[in-house]
Design a protein around this ligand. Structure first.
Ligand code: PLP
Length: 454
């Protein structure tokens, strides 16, 4: 049978390595999300859809760099694009404007027509941070609203009510802002917390507080698998327009996954601002903020200057221009990797969706036949497996009702049979997943689910 001891006996070198890592890194990790108890598996190599750990175990990878890898590990088309960039044009191009910045922007606009102008950042976190700054400057309002259960990056303004305990979270239609980190307080500047998929709850809060709300920030598909309802999204668009609130779609996770054109393609809604990240960098650090021309123009350094005045006396931007800079913004090597990724996705996206649908169908079949109540939720090339008796999953509080202990047990058993995702994490599929990976995954599921039953 399978048990926790097996985990430890199969991952002896991971355990040893994590012990050493703790001497150098807080908790042994470089990001808190990398940690899980008793200790995470230390990986050594990724190739295609597979990971190999330091003990030599191999796994079909469904974490895919938290969804950042659309083509799998080390895809040749992307590797070639990077090599060509490095060999022919150089690593970083001197911090000047360069051709790929516009070539890439045109490609993004092809799939995200709501993005009329854009700026690059170096991570998703930086992108949502910039989007919020832009919205505040544009509307001259001071606060934002976000949804309970939604993640937008690692900074104070949004580190509220991502995973709050129900005892502290307030009424279901009027959630309270709960800090998610040390150093984050309820200090009057915390965001309004909105209930996802609750038209009336949202309408109440927005109509009462719209004079303070610069922007509503939303993951249109929460964490890549809890879908907003169409009527809810339509109403949110209507309300934000009515009250002069900027609607920001955080598509860092959903971009090029829910559809090539992200959740906005699925819902046929144009947000005012979109943030993208993950896939668009081909596995390298990137983010971008794009949207309505009049809004994005608040960061134009040409505003407020005569043509020859800019740059004189060290004055690079006027006071009323939103300052946005970054040594690595629009990094050409990363844009080369991202462009190659998107071009390859244009070919392989339907096939990745097919794999995803087939995998979801077969996981649910195994669940049904073995009497284990697992269901999949998601869209496009991303989904999650939820252990719940109920058939509905509409928001964070529904997710809390599911059996996360059992799901975690399932994850640990699957790990030992060579199917990798971080416990409780969603499944992201890549172009490298094929028949071999599908069969391997399903037989692992069969093995575990029939075992659970006995
Ligand atoms: N927003 C969403 C929806 C995300 O999924 C993430 C990353 O997981 C972020 C923002 C933050 O992006 P990054 O980790 O690149 O800073």
């Amino acid at each position: 049978g399978h048990n926790a001891l097996n985990y430890q006996s199969k991952t002896i070198l991971s355990k040893r390595q994590m012990k050493d890592a703790e001497n150098y890194l807080p908790g042994g990790v470089t990001a808190n999300i990398k940690y899980f108890a008793p200790y995470p598996i230390v990986m050594k190599k990724g190739k295609g859809a597979w990971l190999t750990d330091v003990d030599g175990n191999s796994y079909v990878d469904y974490l895919m760099g938290y969804g950042a890898l659309a083509l799998g590990h080390g895809h040749s088309r992307m590797n070639d694009a990077i090599t060509e960039q490095l060999n022919q044009d150089g690593t970083h191009l001197f911090g000047t404007p360069h051709l790929k910045e516009v070539e890439f922007a045109k490609k993004i606009q092809q799939y995200y027509p709501s993005i009329k102008k854009l700026r690059y950042t170096n991570s998703g976190t930086e992108a949502t941070q910039l989007a919020i700054r832009i919205a505040k400057v544009f509307t001259k309002k001071k606060k934002i609203a976000k949804f309970e259960g939604h993640y937008h990056g690692g900074f104070k303004e949004v580190l509220y009510s991502i995973n709050p305990p129900l005892t502290e979270a307030g009424a279901i239609d009027r959630p309270i802002a709960v800090p998610e980190s040390a150093g984050v307080e309820v200090d009057g500047l915390e965001p309004f917390i909105l209930p996802f998929n609750d038209v009336e709850g949202v309408e109440k809060i927005i109509s009462q507080s719209h004079q303070e709300i610069a922007a509503v920030l939303i993951e249109p598909v929460q964490a890549g698998f809890i879908l907003a309802e169409q009527a809810f999204m339509d109403k949110l668009r209507e309300l934000t327009l009515k009250y002069g609130i900027i609607l920001i779609f955080d598509e860092i996770k959903t971009g090029f996954r829910i559809a090539l054109g992200g959740a906005q393609e699925l819902y046929r809604i144009d947000p005012d601002i979109t943030t993208l990240g993950k896939i668009i960098g081909g596995g390298f650090p990137i983010g971008l903020v794009g949207g309505r021309e009049d809004i994005m123009e608040v960061s134009s350094p040409k505003r407020g200057f005569d043509v020859f005045e800019a740059g004189v006396d060290g004055k690079e931007t006027a006071k009323d221009v939103l300052f946005h800079s970054g040594t690595y913004n629009g990094h050409p090597t990363i844009l080369a990797a991202g462009l190659a990724t998107i071009q390859e996705l244009e070919v392989s996206f339907p096939q990745i969706v097919n794999y995803t649908m087939e995998l979801r169908k077969r996981i649910e079949e195994v669940g049904l036949k073995s009497g284990i109540p697992i269901r999949t939720y998601g869209a496009g090339t991303v989904f999650n497996v939820v252990w719940n008796e109920e058939k509905k999953l509409r928001h964070y509080r529904d997710l809390l009702q599911s059996n996360t202990m059992k799901r975690k047990e399932l994850d640990f058993e699957l790990l030992q049979l060579g199917v990798y995702t971080k416990p409780l994490n969603r499944y992201s599929i890549s172009a490298a997943h094929g028949d071999k990976e599908l069969d391997h995954t399903i037989s692992a599921y069969e093995n575990v689910c029939y075992c659970f039953k006995e």
